[in-house]
Design a protein around this ligand. Structure first.
Ligand code: NOJ
Length: 760
């Protein structure tokens, strides 16, 4: 990666210093000395105090113990009596310090609280939404964003983030697709590990690292119909081969907590699944940290219909391995009695408490419970200009150029007129996306502001929104919503566009249109915005469409009519500057889609690594297709253009046959055949032609970013081993099966060179 700014270079050094760049988190979570200290605590703890460690409650946003109301008084008393082990949503050095004081100076055994928060894409400095960051295909960039989020959150007293969300998402109707790395298990696993490294570094006790949490375990992204919280019914085949790899990667990267999920899988709610939590996670993978439930997911076992009441829900969850109860109060109310009556084995409670205490020890909280809550560090970290600089860099790398007919982009910066149009063009809220940490009220740089800053007075910039964006809530969750009726702004927009040299038109989704509980059956652009675009395009063909969205959108005929399309997601605080960097060619885009863009919502779930089926076609009829829409996506996984062009040639394999312990070297030449220096993400896919179970038509197994000057060509090499060919077989083992494989290399999942080899 090109480091264009000394501030940013400093951050990279920070990344290296914290060990975030190294492949493995340092060491196991357990060590004999800590285990001994935990033994001694467990001996002294009453049953009530043990259960207290497994109880987590939410604070009302932005209040510390000072807020004088009944709820807080009750909560404070419970902390002093050791009945609460963790809080979420208490933020700020002062509030966390004062609350911590209640536990360590007020309670009998002085066990510190652990403070958690959803730090999803930045704490104060807002970074691109995770789906966008995955488009960078750059694991240092992904780790850096997490690293900075950790520095800021830790300084504000946060010990633990409920991130990364590593759910594979194949259905764009599911609103939470914005929160993960997209549809692919390999990319998802790389991103999961990178984010864990970024948050945790290699020393969890350092004052600028925080505990991470792999969520939502498991298969939450497979909700039927893309409807959030809905039923999931995936086979063990899909679970092991598609859903679990990112979780496993997070575990191997040393993540110290997991969060279970709201959904059921095949009749068993994840929160009550011993198979997921005990057999796989704590058993097969040897996970030594703790599992927190999702918000009230233990209580919801009653609604799921597997528990008749809260008591039964608590019994099921603790038995299945859910260690900490987020917000449902059922551990609080029932675990003591359940253990005393023998309905729950006390050893299960000891084990859960041990896991929670391990993480608290590892965070250094027993040495200094206030170490994270530092006003001075908080002030400094939250105002560090290098963080904004990094947010801009990460945002630029997340942008995907989808179309650039006739080389309309990049635009010139000297002279002429630019019309900047669309309801999102000057919106400072949308770019921050959903889950915005403590950046709630800070404005992002709008596209218009970014453009103005880039061109100064050399270009005349006209702005006309064309369609309205209404602010419907100015509170903490400030919300804006498109006005779908009011066309009174059209004439001004059309006039602004008429004699402009180019039009930049920003539409898509508002921030809270994706995220939790934001599923939609319609994922097309708003009809009013399509009309605006058509009418503007009718007077000026030079339209650059800037899409801001948290999920793949259906864009219809626009994909063919508008000459330039830039996928700008929800890019965070520096969005406007980052997009302007791309529009004016100060940055040559290199992002690639981490998720397929459908032609029609009816194709969902849509993903490139599908199965061949028994009737792959194409034939005249009776094969697997729709009669009214192609099977193919509009834009495939891995797709993204550049201001230059790349050509792949000379795909070679070091051998035609490999044994189980051999390495296959796959080399290919990538040439920059255009006029500008650019970065290409070269991707390697494989296909296992015959398996004991059916295998996907393609599977990503590697990618590399390569920078090339105009006319330059480089040979790049990938290594493939039997480990890369392994999957969960019919025999119930993770292993590679001998036989024939195809290997593909290219610039996206649909445009690839092919070779063949055999595994002995
Ligand atoms: C519910 C969400 O599903 C989860 O991801 C989040 O961490 C918790 N709420 C806490 O806010």
């Amino acid at each position: 990666m090109k480091i264009r700014n000394p501030l940013y270079r400093r951050l990279f050094l920070l990344l290296a210093a914290a060990g975030c760049a190294s492949p493995l988190f340092g060491g196991a979570l357990t060590n004999p000395e800590t285990e001994k200290r935990i033994d001694s605590l467990l001996e002294r703890m009453t049953l009530q105090e043990k259960v207290g460690q497994l109880v987590q409650y939410s604070d009302v946003f932005n209040t510390g113990p000072a807020a004088d109301n009944d709820r807080n008084r009750r909560r404070n008393e419970r902390i002093r009596t050791g009945q609460i082990g963790s809080l979420l949503n208490v933020t700020g050095a002062q509030a966390t310090r004062e609350t911590q004081k209640l536990a360590v100076e007020g309670s009998r055994l002085r066990i510190p609280l652990i403070f958690g928060l959803d730090v999803i894409h930045g704490y104060k400095t807002s970074f691109p939404i995770p789906l966008a960051e995955a488009a960078s295909f750059d694991m240092e960039t992904v780790a850096l964003s997490a690293r900075i989020a950790a520095i800021e959150a830790a300084a504000a007293g946060i010990h633990w983030t409920f991130a990364p969300m590593v759910d594979i998402a194949r259905d764009a109707r599911w609103g939470r697709i914005m929160e993960g790395a997209g549809e692919d298990p390999y990319l998802g696993a790389q991103v999961a590990a990178a984010r864990v490294r970024g948050f945790q570094g290699n020393d969890l006790a350092a004052v600028d690292t925080i505990a991470a949490c792999a969520k939502h375990y498991a298969a939450y992204g497979f909700a039927e119909g893309g409807r959030d919280y809905n039923t999931v019914d995936v086979s063990e085949h899909t679970l092991r081969n598609v859903v679990l790899p990112p979780f496993k990667a997070a575990s191997e990267a040393g993540v110290v907590t997991f969060m279970n999920a709201f959904n059921e899988i095949g009749g068993v709610p994840a929160t009550a699944s011993a198979f997921l939590q005990r057999t796989i996670l704590k058993g097969e993978w040897g996970f030594e940290g703790f599992i927190v439930s999702d918000w009230n997911s233990i209580g919801e076992l009653v609604q799921h219909g597997v528990a008749k009441d809260g008591r039964e829900a608590a019994r099921l969850a603790i038995t299945a391995g859910s260690d900490m109860d987020m917000e449902s109060s059922v551990y609080d109310r029932h675990l003591v009695e359940l253990a005393e009556s023998g309905a729950v084995d006390k050893r299960l409670i000891d084990d859960a408490v041990r896991r929670v205490l391990r993480v608290k020890f590892r965070l250094g909280l027993f040495d200094d419970p206030y170490r994270y809550s530092n006003d001075e560090r908080e002030r400094r970290a939250l105002a560090d200009p290098a963080h904004s600089e990094a947010a801009r860099e990460v945002a630029r790398q997340s942008i995907v150029l989808l179309r650039n007919e006739g080389g309309l982009l990049p635009l010139g910066k000297t002279g002429g007129i630019l019309a900047v149009i669309g309801p999102l063009a000057d919106d400072t809220d949308t770019p921050k996306g959903n889950w915005r940490g403590r950046a709630a009220t800070d404005p992002a740089v709008s596209l218009l502001e970014g453009i103005r800053a880039a061109v100064g007075s050399d270009v005349k910039v006209r702005h006309a929104a064309g369609a309205r964006l209404d602010v419907i809530d100015r509170g903490f969750f400030r919300q804006v919503r498109f006005d779908e009726e009011d066309r009174s702004g059209f004439p001004a927009a059309i006039e602004a566009a008429r004699d402009a040299d180019a039009v930049i038109l920003a539409i898509g989704e508002t921030a809270f249109q994706t995220g939790e509980a934001q599923s939609q059956v319609e994922i097309s652009l708003q009809p009013i915005h399509v009309d605006l675009l058509r009418e503007v395009h009718a007077v000026n063909r030079n339209v650059v469409l800037v899409l801001m969205n948290g999920r793949p959108l259906v864009i219809g005929e626009i994909a063919e009519t508008v000459p330039a399309i830039v996928e700008a997601w929800h890019l965070g605080a520096q969005a406007g500057h980052a997009i302007a960097d791309v529009l004016f060619g100060d940055y040559n885009p290199s992002g690639k889609l981490p998720v397929s863009f459908p032609r029609h919502v009816g194709q969902e779930p849509l993903y490139y690594n599908a199965k061949n089926t028994g009737r792959p076609g194409p034939q005249e009829s009776f094969y697997s297709y729709y009669t009214d829409c192609p099977n193919t996506p509009l834009y495939p996984f891995g797709f993204g253009l550049s201001y230059t062009t790349f050509e792949y040639s000379d795909l070679k394999l070091s051998r035609q046959e490999i044994g189980p312990d051999d390495e296959l070297r796959v080399t290919v030449t990538v040439a920059n055949t255009g006029q500008r220096t650019g970065v290409e993400v070269a991707q390697l896919y494989i296909r296992d032609l015959v398996g004991s179970v059916t295998r996907p038509v393609k599977e990503l197994k590697g990618f590399q970013k390569v920078e090339l000057a105009p006319g330059e060509a480089k040979a790049i090499a990938f290594t493939v081993t039997s480990k890369d060919l392994a999957f969960y077989t019919a025999a119930g083992r993770w292993e590679a099966e001998p036989g024939a494989f195809d290997v593909y290399v290219g610039g996206n999942s649909d445009d690839l060179q092919k070779a063949e080899f055999t595994l002995r």
